[in-house]
Design a protein around this ligand. Structure first.
Ligand code: AHG
Ligand code: MN
Ligand code: MN
Length: 338
């Protein structure tokens, strides 16, 4: 049986849809960086990569060694190829400018280099999330690119994807025409298409939320989870199952595979912050993927992809996955406003 490599898939996709070769190159470079990260993650204690750096990122979160290492791998892989105008990362306060010695391209790359950091030291799946935007100011080639260039709604993404470093390393990708999953053949060193046109079932009986925050939730979320917990005899008339991996990539990957609803609502712990997850690095790329797979994604009130970002590290509430449940929780939020 002939196998479709990521390279072949990208060439065929770009030929059929007239996607620029520059975008194909960009995805290949990101995939190569993810292979390198996968290799580092897999070394674990043997590679001395576990544990913390003793530093904090702009969000005030402790940085793990692998957060920094993964960030560096992505920067180094992507800075010289001439396909990017700038990069932005969860782990860097400011946008990363392409060094003057390299040519600049027409895309912007934003990423969460290592998602699920709290799981690194306990050998549970982690991942990398990325989003590709077009640079609105092509004339910025001379000077530094302003951060405003990144503040585009998720509907403008040219591509998005994630790598999951689990029992298998996989790359899941959308170029705006469906979602495709590739499994890393570590002997050959290449990603092979194994999951064609991934689709999220519209209905589900599985939810994902960190229940320990229940006392901080707003009324619509509390009410909805209570209904699910009530099971067959409750209003929703079915028994629900719950999973929470605490790596968004792993929770979203499960939902892409067998359905489910993922929730990280805003809560009363830090009232000035609308949720924990980051709009540009996590919510937008995942929402693009989920919608392309037939699912839905909102912040409780509107499509996440239509939210106009105000700042690079902005946070947002996230409800995504099987359409029926995302619709339900969104309706509960809207009703509560009346
Ligand atoms: P990161 O490791 O990039 O900071 O992201 C962690 C995120 C996300 O992956 C996960 O869904 C969530 O944080 C888990 O949060 P809790 O620890 O509050 O459950
Ligand atoms: Mn993350
Ligand atoms: Mn991270």
């Amino acid at each position: 049986m002939s196998r479709t490599s990521l390279s072949r898939f990208l060439i065929e996709q770009t030929r059929a849809r007239q996607t620029p070769a520059e975008l194909r190159f960009l995805i290949e470079v990101v995939a190569r960086a993810c292979k390198m990260i996968s290799h580092q993650v897999a070394k674990g204690a043997l590679g001395g990569v576990l544990g913390s750096m003793g530093t904090e990122n702009v969000q005030g979160e402790v940085q793990k060694k692998l957060d920094i290492l993964s960030n560096e791998i992505l920067l180094e892989a992507n800075e010289w190829g001439g396909h990017l105008a700038a990069m932005a990362s969860e782990e860097m306060e400011k946008a990363y400018q392409i060094p003057g010695k390299y040519p600049k391209g027409s895309y912007l790359l934003v990423f969460d280099p290592l998602d699920g950091s709290s799981n690194i030291d306990v050998n549970v799946s982690v991942g990398t999330i990325f989003s590709v935007l077009r640079c609105p100011d092509k004339n910025a080639a001379g000077g530094d690119l302003s951060e405003d260039a990144f503040l585009q709604p998720g509907t403008e993404q040219a591509a998005a994807g994630y790598a999951i470093y689990g029992p298998q390393t996989m790359l899941v990708l959308t170029l705006g025409d469906g979602v495709y999953g590739f499994t890393l053949d570590s002997e050959m060193g290449s990603f092979v298409l194994t999951h064609e046109n991934m689709r999220i079932p519209e209905t589900t009986a599985e939810f994902a939320i960190n229940m320990s925050n229940m006392r901080h939730w707003e009324a619509p979320v509390k009410g909805y989870v209570d209904q699910m917990l009530a099971g067959e005899t409750g209003e929703l008339k079915k028994n629900y199952n719950m999973r929470w991996i605490a790596s968004m990539v792993a929770d979203v990957h499960r939902i892409l595979t067998r359905g489910g609803v993922f929730m990280y609502p805003r809560d009363a712990r830090e009232p000035e912050k609308p949720g924990k997850l980051r709009l540009l690095y996590e919510a937008n790329p995942m929402s693009f993927i989920v919608e392309q797979a037939g699912g839905a994604s909102t912040n409780g009130y509107q499509r996440i992809l239509e939210v106009q970002p105000q700042s690079l590290h902005e946070r947002i509430a996230v409800f995504l996955g099987s359409k029926e449940e995302v619709k339900r929780i969104t309706q509960y939020h809207i009703d509560a406003q009346k």
